[in-house]
Unconditional design. Structure first.
Length: 179
C-alpha cells in the first residue's frame, strides 16, 4: 500500500518555488536584470561608446592607438589561429567532426526530381555548384588543406616574433585579454 497525504479542508498546498523579487512587465513576467554596472563603468572609462570596449583590439582602434592596418593584422592573427585548428569552440578537441561524403543513394531528393542533374554523379553536381558559387574562381579547398595553409601562415607569423611578443600578441588578439 502506498501512503497518501490526507488533505485537511481549507489547507491548500502553495506548490512551486517562491516568486522572485524584481521589476515586472504588465503581464507579470519578470524583467531581465540589466547590465552589471561595474562592467559598464569600466567600459566607459576605456571608451565613450561601451560597445567599442568589448575587446582590447577594438579599444585600441577606437582610441587611435592602432591604425586600421594593425587592427586588421591582429584580427587576421586570431583568425589564422582558429583556422589552423587551435581553440575550436563548441566541440571537444578530440571529437570527430567529419561529415560523411554523400552517396548516390543518399541523394533521394535529387534522384526523384527526374531532372538532368539527377542523372549526374554527385561529384559532377558538386563541381558545377562550386564553379557557379565560388567567388574567387579558385578551386575549393578541403578543410584539411585550409587548416594546413592556415597553420603555415600562423607559424610564419610566430617565427617573426620573440617569445615575449608572441605571448603578448596571443594574449591580446586570441584571448582578448587587456594588457
Amino acid at each position: 500500500m502506498s501512503k497518501q497525504k490526507i488533505r485537511i479542508a481549507g489547507h491548500r498546498s502553495k506548490g512551486g518555488r517562491k516568486k522572485q523579487d524584481g521589476e515586472r512587465y504588465p503581464s507579470g513576467r519578470l524583467k531581465p536584470i540589466g547590465p552589471n554596472q561595474l562592467v559598464v563603468d569600466r567600459r566607459k572609462a576605456m571608451c565613450d561608446d561601451i560597445t567599442k570596449a568589448t575587446n582590447p583590439l577594438d579599444v585600441a582602434l577606437y582610441r587611435g592607438w592602432l591604425d586600421p592596418a594593425d587592427y586588421d593584422t591582429g584580427r587576421t592573427y586570431a583568425r589564422l589561429h582558429h583556422a589552423a585548428g587551435f581553440g575550436h569552440r563548441g566541440a571537444a578537441a578530440g571529437a570527430n567532426m567529419e561529415v560523411p561524403k554523400p552517396t548516390e543513394t543518399s541523394l533521394d531528393v535529387t534522384l526523384d526530381a527526374r531532372s538532368y542533374f539527377s542523372s549526374l554523379p554527385h561529384a559532377e553536381v558538386a563541381a558545377l555548384w562550386d564553379s557557379v558559387f565560388n567567388d574567387d574562381g579558385q578551386p575549393v579547398k578541403t578543410p584539411e588543406e585550409g587548416a594546413t595553409e592556415a597553420m603555415v601562415k600562423w607559424k610564419a607569423a610566430n617565427a617573426a616574433m620573440t617569445a615575449f611578443e608572441r605571448a603578448e600578441v596571443s594574449s591580446v588578439c586570441i584571448d582578448d585579454s587587456f594588457p
